[in-house]
Design a protein around this ligand. Structure first.
Ligand code: DGY
Length: 357
């Protein structure tokens, strides 16, 4: 055979064999079921899953308390026999749900960076993999972190209230004055992807310096001239304190009466992590008594925050309804990453973003 013809035929045979084996594998995986826990998972994620598996979706919205019982009941009915679970909710994954699933459940892929609700010990004990969606949401959450800093420092809650009432006190030269980001000291608790993405954006605001606390020195800190300091130093020196740490037994209520007492009178605390990083009763007292200047919260306990919650009576508390990662692009990216983790797990490949590999 002519050499060129031989190479061409070999490539053809190789290509055919490859796609034939891919198709064969896909045919074999089509009988694997993937359960998606809420009816609002992004289509781009569903599409990836449907190329390989049979997708079973809850008809219910899995976030609010309202409809939660129906959602949970339906998941209990749908999960037996499923090989993967995509979890799109801040509600806990219960032992009962995992019991119902059966031993073929290989992976839980949570469509969030945080996984405090995923019952890690129980998944670990059962040998079920867990993945999350870090990094893809850092930019969007960082934008909200900066928004909260400005919103709290420039008194958006009070100002918006005045606009709605048609009484503009802010019109005077010395009225409704706030605080600058410029030249301020920013203390970041949790200098991971979100903390760093926030620092990157804050550089443009000409802030004075960055401090961060954590278990170890971060090499990326050099990019911002950020200094690793003990938490107490961060609390006592920062004008803005950003909480972007995961919720763990160690970080739960890390902001409380004692830590609030260490902060400056002009301190602004911003939380984009989880509501339970803060003892909200203690925060309320500190804000009410003007022991600190203000707070900006994207996360609270509980969520949704009841409309009669006392934090909502405070003019110096600026609250958003957990929208950190809520942009079209970011939610698509999160859905696709969660779906790709499921594909990898069920094909026996390494997870892209493992929590439990
Ligand atoms: C996360 O990904 O953890 C965000 O808080 C959105 O849930």
């Amino acid at each position: 055979m002519h050499c060129f013809t031989f190479v061409a035929v070999s490539i053809l045979v190789f290509t055919f064999t490859l796609s034939a084996s891919d198709a064969l594998t896909t045919n074999m995986t089509k009988n694997l079921k993937v359960l998606v826990s809420s009816n609002d998972f992004a289509e781009s994620g569903i599409k990836i899953l449907e190329e390989h598996f049979t997708v079973v979706k809850s008809r219910y919205f899995g976030f609010n308390e309202e409809g939660l019982n129906e959602n949970m009941q339906e998941l209990m009915n749908l999960i037996p026999g499923c090989s993967a679970l995509i979890w799109i909710s801040h509600h806990p994954i219960t032992k009962e749900l995992l019991d119902k699933a059966g031993p073929q459940l290989k992976i839980v892929a949570t469509a969030s960076a945080g996984y405090n609700n995923c019952n890690v010990p129980e998944l670990k004990a059962r040998g079920i993999k867990l993945s999350n969606t870090p990094n893809v949401l850092s930019a969007a959450v960082a934008e909200i972190a900066v928004s909260l800093m400005i919103g709290a420092a420039r008194r958006f809650t009070e100002n918006l209230d005045q606009v709605k009432r048609g009484e503009w006190e802010g019109i005077g030269f010395q009225n409704m004055l706030g605080q600058d980001l410029r030249d301020s000291t920013i203390g970041i608790v949790g200098f991971g992807g979100i903390g760093q993405a926030t620092a990157k954006r804050l550089v443009g605001f000409e802030v004075g310096k960055f401090l961060y606390s954590g278990h170890r020195e971060r090499p990326e800190a050099k990019n911002f001239g950020a200094e690793l300091v003990p938490l107490d130093t961060l609390l006592s020196q920062s004008d803005f304190i950003l909480l972007s740490a995961p919720l763990t037994d160690e970080t739960r209520h890390m902001i409380n009466k004692t830590s609030l007492a260490k902060m400056k009178k002009n301190a602004i605390i911003v939380n984009v992590g989880r509501g339970d990083l803060i003892n909200q009763d203690d925060l309320y007292d500190a804000l009410k008594n003007k022991q600190i200047y203000a707070a900006g919260l994207d996360v609270t306990t509980p969520e949704p925050l009841p409309k009669d919650n006392k934090l909502l009576t405070l003019p110096n508390c600026f609250i958003l309804p957990h929208i950190g990662s809520a942009t079209v692009r970011t939610r698509n990216d999160m859905a696709e990453l969660a779906a790709k983790n499921v594909v990898n797990a069920l094909y026996g490949r390494a997870l892209i973003s493992p929590v439990l590999p």
